[in-house]
Design a protein around this ligand. Sequence first.
Ligand SMILES: Cc1cc2nc3c(=O)[nH]c(=O)nc-3n(C[C@H](O)[C@H](O)[C@H](O)COP(=O)(O)O)c2cc1C
Length: 366
Amino acid sequence: MLFENYALNAVALKNRIVMPPMTRSRAGAGDVATDMMAEYYAQRASAGLIISEGTQISQQGQGYAWTPGIYTESQIAGWKKVTDAVHQAGGKIFAQLWHVGRVSHTTLQPGHAAPVSSSAIQAEGVKVFVDVKGCGPESGVGEMLQHTMPRALTAEEIPAIVNDYAQAARNAIAAGFDGIELHGANGYLINQFIDSQANLRDDQYGGALQNRLRFMKEVVTAVSNAIGKERVGIRLAPLTTLMGSRDDTPEATYLAAASVLNDLGIAYIHIAEADWEDAPVMPAAFKEALRLIFRGTLIYSGKYTRARAEEALQNDWADLIGFGRPFIANPDLPYRLQHDLPLNQPVKEQFFGGGKAGYIDYPPAK
Ligand SMILES: Cc1cc2nc3c(=O)[nH]c(=O)nc-3n(C[C@H](O)[C@H](O)[C@H](O)COP(=O)(O)O)c2cc1C
């Protein structure tokens, strides 16, 4: 099934293989996507769907050095080169829209202000990659620093951030993307509103579950109004606690989130499963419940192999499967999977920052 076509609403995918969002920290000056990035994504256009690396919707939304943005004219023009290259190579590409919330550092923030979050809680031990000395992405040299203590957003400030998401979605369409994925996973801003231990607010955005889901709901509604709900997806990480974001009752919380998203009628939910060694396996019962609640497309990513992917499709847990690290090292991953060819192994040291090496020089099999 993995190699069959799939209609993601109006976006025709040639197979069910997704390249999930992966930050590579190689943007140019002004956080603009570069020609090298266009080449990297075009090399991987045999995926049914590519989702871009996390792309900040505003300077406030940035948490790491050298990640690309989508809020200035030059950033839109940079991404246009990427989407043109992918389309020319026969691929489809969505933009992952990212606001990191508290997972940032004053040096990345406008006016070196404190980062913002649902609540003023610092996630201890959560570090961000900062280019303190201004060495630039080619050098790959920076420092890992504890993220800065955030301040809680006031309710009055929230509409402006929701609007930043909507504008970023419009910009993504102007840049030629086929749709957008909201980054609601891995402990970033949307997740900081959802998870009970990250959100201690006592206003309409905190406390009761439906209140903690309000920010997500407002953002999804705004981007849907901006570009059409059929081109909107969201990434969620229900059972992981990345970046220090925890929920007391994750299964109940995320099934409720799925129900809200179903009512809003967006195109897909992309589940980020735990992906480290010895990670707990997401229970099949949770996947089955999610399927019953959310009627749109379901994508799963996290340590998938061809065999696990086929199992997830056969069991009807998933419609599309993301392969992350394998795509970093294998530009022609679908071909290799289909023909059971050996895979190149990714070089972790070259994941973030640097030049061509470990980025556009992994050899195809054919
Ligand atoms: C280098 C790297 C960067 C990543 N950056 C992002 C990101 O920007 N946004 C996101 O939602 N997930 C990100 N992820 C998580 C991946 O999308 C994916 O869920 C994860 O790698 C698990 O899939 P895999 O086991 O097939 O690699 C990143 C993963 C890697 C390895």
